[in-house]
Ligand binder design. Structure first.
Ligand code: ZN
Length: 366
């Protein structure tokens, strides 16, 4: 892989828009001989009126006993990085791999609405990475969470001036501290669709797509490693290797990812809070022994990130705002999750390659 490749056409195409990222992904997948399934979300369209798909490309036999599953865009706007990494893996690593008893599965833009509209969430403000809970049971809401919402957020986001929303949050942070704000904001909630980190009232479209892919290709007897691409938390360019699989396999996971240190969400040294209903729950329901990790690549400081998410949440609730303001917030959001600098992309690629090869070597030993 050359420096020019990542900082030139690929970087630009993947950063530009959903259609550009998708076209490059599909061209690359076709060129290396993947089987491709297209899941169309019929209920919504993209920012330019384009149809929205989650595309699933598979290389290697369906009957393989060993599989690597790579997913991008659970958080829509984070797909710009994840998509680039999937394409680079296809171009640079896959051609040298013996696929006799190995399948590699690429799930591209699991939340295409968020990718196209430069949002972390889907069209209903749902954070897909909080949506994998059992909706036949009531979701608990603590008094602390209700009080937090009352104190930190406006009674109604729609029609409330953005600056007033931001001032309210600043006041909350001044009173209770940034750490408490971050914890309560990001843990996931199931009672207020207007607010950030809403997990939904039911399984959303992307959840059903993911479940279908897992049931078809990730059965319980398959020895499977899952890498889920994220950006936005942690120091710029650093990669946090977050283990999200079953606790009983944590040692096996450490032996798999020998180049890094696994971190549990919510641990003291983690940028990622403990959360409810993450994506891995959908996979673990089908294949409880799967080794699941999220690769979280740092971009901008956490205070700036939380501010950006508040602005994006305001935009979701005020879609009629003027065009200039909408573009400003969308640009700010995509720039918070994708750093268009060659050094950042190189760091991200280096770590992606390292952890992908860790997974491959460990599966080759089995
Ligand atoms: Zn994410």
């Amino acid at each position: 892989m050359t420096f020019r490749q990542i900082s030139g056409p690929l970087g630009r195409a993947c950063r530009s828009n959903y259609s550009g990222a998708r076209a490059l992904f599909l061209d690359t997948a076709q060129a290396i001989g993947c089987h491709i399934d297209h899941y169309l979300n019929e209920r919504v369209v993209g920012i330019a009126g384009e149809a929205l798909y989650c595309d699933v490309a598979r290389l290697g036999p369906d009957s393989a006993s060993r599989k690597i599953l790579l997913s991008s865009g659970v958080h829509g706007v984070e797909a710009y990085c994840g998509s680039a990494m999937q394409i680079l893996i296809m171009q640079n690593l896959v051609p040298q791999i013996d696929l006799q008893d190995l399948q590699i599965i690429f799930v591209h833009t699991l939340n295409p609405y968020g990718c196209s509209h430069y949002s972390r969430n889907n069209e209903n403000n749902i954070d897909l990475n909080r949506n994998f809970v059992d909706f036949s049971q009531a979701q608990n809401t603590s008094d602390e969470q209700r009080l937090f919402r009352e104190q930190a957020y406006p009674a109604d986001w729609t029609g409330t001036d953005l600056n007033r929303c931001l001032q309210r949050i600043e006041r909350y942070i001044a009173n209770y501290g940034a750490e408490r704000f971050q914890t309560l904001m990001t843990q996931g909630q199931y009672f207020s669709p207007q607010d950030p980190y809403f997990g939904g009232y039911a399984s959303c479209w992307s959840n059903k797509v993911w479940t279908d892919v897992c049931k078809k290709h990730c059965q319980a007897n398959v020895n499977l490693v899952h890498l889920d691409f994220h950006t936005g938390l942690g120091p710029r360019g650093a990669c946090e290797l977050i283990y999200t699989g079953s606790p009983e396999h944590v040692q096996r996971a450490s032996q798999t990812f020998i180049s890094g240190r696994l971190i549990a969400p919510g641990a003291k040294d983690s940028s990622t809070p403990s959360i409810s209903g993450p994506l891995c729950c959908g996979l673990l329901a089908v294949n409880p022994d799967a080794l699941c990790v999220a690769l979280e690549f740092g971009t901008i400081p956490i205070e700036a990130m939380l501010g950006t998410l508040i602005e994006a949440n305001w935009l979701h609730n005020n879609p009629e705002c003027d065009e200039k303001e909408r573009r400003r917030i969308q640009d700010k959001t995509v720039n918070a999750f994708f750093i268009s600098e060659p050094d950042w992309l190189h760091q991200v690629w280096d770590m992606t390659e390292t952890y992908f090869m860790d997974a491959l070597h460990s599966l080759n030993k089995t």
